[in-house]
Design a protein around this ligand. Structure first.
Ligand code: ADP
Length: 245
């Protein structure tokens, strides 16, 4: 069993022993424009980046610089007008929606600024729901839900509903949800934006813990200069291009 929680033995998808430094994502010369008012608005103007197994990478840049547009493409939600995107070797730039969705559902997790929890469901039920959505058999839910909630430090709050939890705790439920199906890549859009700096720092240590335990790669956007130092790499976006800082 490659994983500490033992659920690999229970039949959750196992992707073999991950190679150290394995290339997860490569983005080559990507351009994206949108038709706006009869003209083309050039949003991404030639992006190159790569993500490797176990990295915590941050995208930083002003509002409107193109971070969300790039994240959408990395997550297979949108496609470039030019250039290539390979996720685990899969050519996302060439594949149709259905094919990208299939890969996304199994191998990518998303975390949003505003938590996106089901308000009437407990932390436990929220995580369970995402395993159901990912098509993971019911018999595997229990150990995995428990493991994920413990991993994010909510072992004692498993049956609380969102309104009974702090903002930081709600975001940790959202993180547990996003990793329940054991994704390769986690994409987080401003995950600390709604939190004070102490809670933001907690989220960052949870991310480090997840990387260690689950061997995921995390790519997140942020405005927060205080958390940049925990990144393995920071890409600074200015007007649709990366600049070196
Ligand atoms: P950021 O995440 O850095 O704030 P975005 O990627 O959201 O930046 O947006 C970059 C620019 O692209 C903005 O000017 C935005 O209005 C524009 N944009 C994004 N998506 C679309 C779309 N679907 N149609 C038209 N314009 C878009």
């Amino acid at each position: 069993t490659a994983y500490r929680d033992g659920t690999a033995a229970a039949g959750l998808p196992v992707r073999g022993e991950p190679a150290a430094n394995e290339l997860i994502l490569s983005v080559n010369h990507v351009e994206r424009s949108f038709p706006v008012g009869g003209q083309q608005l050039h949003v991404l103007k030639g992006i190159d980046m790569e993500l490797r197994r176990g990295q915590l990478v941050m995208l930083r840049g002003r509002s409107g610089s193109g971070k969300t547009t790039l994240m959408n493409m990395i997550g297979g939600l949108d496609q470039p007008n030019k250039g290539e995107i390979y996720f685990m070797g899969h050519p996302f730039h060439q594949w149709n929606d259905d094919k990208r969705t299939e890969v996304r559902r199994k191998q990518i997790g998303f975390i949003f600024q505003a938590y996106a929890l089901m308000p009437l469901l407990s932390a436990w039920e929220n995580v369970e729901l995402s395993m159901r959505m990912a098509g993971i058999p019911r018999s595997m839910w229990k150990p995995r839900v428990e493991h994920c909630l413990e991993l994010v430090g909510l072992g004692k709050r498993m049956h609380h509903r969102p309104f009974e939890l702090s903002g930081g705790e709600q975001q940790r439920v959202a993180i547990a949800k996003s990793i329940a199906h054991r994704p390769t890549l986690l994409l987080a859009d401003e995950p600390t934006a709604e939190l004070d700096s102490q809670m933001g720092a907690q989220i960052m240590s949870v991310f480090r813990e997840i990387i260690e335990t689950e061997q995921v790669t995390i790519c997140m956007t942020t405005h927060d200069p205080t958390i940049l130092e925990v990144a393995d790499h920071v890409y600074q976006m200015v007007d649709g291009k990366f600049v070196t800082t």
